[in-house]
Design a protein around this ligand. Structure first.
Ligand code: DWN
Length: 395
């Protein structure tokens, strides 16, 4: 191992201001002691890596009652079936498979445990317990070097390590990658999916940036990071999930596909390897904020009412950055039990269940779960007309 990368503070190129925990849905009695930090974004020229500077401790974010369940979206359940099929093709009977951040076991439930030895590592107790209840081997711990000392596990014996929407949550990438390195066998692969910086810049979907998303990756940054550990990005496959993601395939052997080289060229053209694209993104965020406030104020001036749909982590960035509170949005509806009857982080908009949404119709609905648009529109088409939906990005 040649390198020393730990997250270092870099000069920010933009700030979203004071932010609460993205998933810190809270009760009224806790308003006064709510935690805030400065959401500043920097860009490492060396690694072409977008990162936030300050963030709460991982134990503060991924705790015993983490309110996000992978299985909460039907579309994502199908996506994880397809992702599992993709991985299954690379395994044989008796192979060892580990998922980092296995949440409620949605992905691992697609494997036949009689054929594949699956193991999920999940730091949030509530979701890890849920996976265990489904019969999936899940260890309630953070995936890092300490894990190797605390559980019985053979080194260099894992065929595939996977993750989805997890690696950008881990501040100490050095520790994480070294742990992966010591578990994978000589032909082992690390395959993971993450929201894609290129899609975020194209859509100006700045709400992908919040405390849990410490990094925003591109193929260029992933290639640079893993190379430092003698591990190589060999292929990348774009995904439509979460508004545009990328599946990265890491191997011990350097053997880049034509497809990967094409994406890397595209990223150069988009300036994803340098600060220019970030400065453009910053400008676009400011324009987006102005336009969103104007749209909402116009609705209100016309006497219209607004509710929000899906109390996503992402909504915390939008509401706090754009300073939108309960004077503008009456409530946000959501399907998650742990969020219902609480209040949104920072802006304290009430979170209500879907029954409330049906009985308290508003003129317009802010779709915070815009990445689940297809699924939600289909579900709600009887109740909400197409022209009643809006978001900070084009729907
Ligand atoms: O990376 C992360 C992604 C994968 O999931 C995490 N850091 C946290 C979380 O982010 P998110 O909250 O922005 O994820 P989603 O999947 O965009 O939104 C989930 C929320 O939306 C849940 O609270 C459930 C809600 N929802 C709903 O109320 N009705 C979702 C769907 C599909 C629905 O129909």
């Amino acid at each position: 191992m040649k390198c020393k990368i730990t997250k270092s503070i870099i000069k920010p190129f933009m700030s979203f201001g004071k932010m609460p925990l993205a998933n810190g849905f809270l009760s009224e009695k806790d308003f006064k002691k709510e935690f805030f930090y400065n959401l500043e974004v920097g860009f490492s020229k060396k690694l072409s890596l977008l990162q936030i500077n300050e963030h709460p401790k991982p134990t503060q974010m991924f705790n015993k009652s983490y309110p996000f369940f992978t299985g909460s979206s039907k579309f994502m359940q199908i996506h994880f079936q397809n992702y599992a099929n993709f991985i299954n093709k690379k395994l044989k009977i008796g192979s060892n498979l580990i998922e980092i951040g296995s949440n409620d076991g949605t992905f691992l439930s697609n494997f036949d445990e009689k054929k594949i030895n699956v193991l999920g590592i999940e730091p949030s107790k509530n979701v890890s317990d849920l996976a265990r209840k489904k019969g999936i081997k899940s260890i309630n711990k953070f995936f890092n070097k300490d894990l190797l000392n605390s559980i019985k596990i053979n080194k260099h014996n894992t065929d595939i390590i996977t993750a989805a929407n997890v690696i950008c949550h881990v501040p100490n990438l050095k520790n994480l990658i070294e742990t992966i390195d010591s578990l994978l066998n000589k032909n082992g692969k690390f395959i993971f999916e993450e929201p894609y910086m290129g899609s975020m810049f194209k859509k100006t979907s700045y709400d992908q940036i919040y405390d849990e998303h410490i990094y925003m990756f591109s193929c260029t940054s992933i290639k640079k990071i893993f190379r430092l550990f003698d591990l190589y990005l060999v292929d990348a496959i774009p995904q439509i999930t979460h508004g545009g993601s990328m599946r990265y395939i890491i191997s011990r052997k350097k053997n880049e596909t034509v497809n990967l080289n094409r994406i890397l060229d595209q990223e150069k053209k988009m300036n994803l390897d340098n600060l220019q694209s970030c400065l453009e993104f910053k400008k676009n965020c400011e324009i987006s904020k102005y336009k969103l406030n104007k749209k909402i104020n116009d609705f209100l001036k016309r006497g219209k009412t607004i509710s929000g749909y899906a109390a996503t982590s992402k909504s915390t960035t939008i509401l706090n950055y754009c300073n939108i509170g309960k004077d503008k949005i009456n409530y946000i509806c959501d399907t998650t039990k742990d969020k219902i009857n609480k209040f949104s982080p920072g802006k304290h908009i009430p979170i209500k269940d879907m029954k409330y949404f049906r009985n308290n119709k508003t003129d317009f609905v802010f779709l915070f779960g815009w990445n689940h648009k297809k699924e939600i529109f289909k579900k709600e088409k009887k109740f909400i007309k197409k022209n009643q939906w809006f978001s900070h990005i084009t729907l």
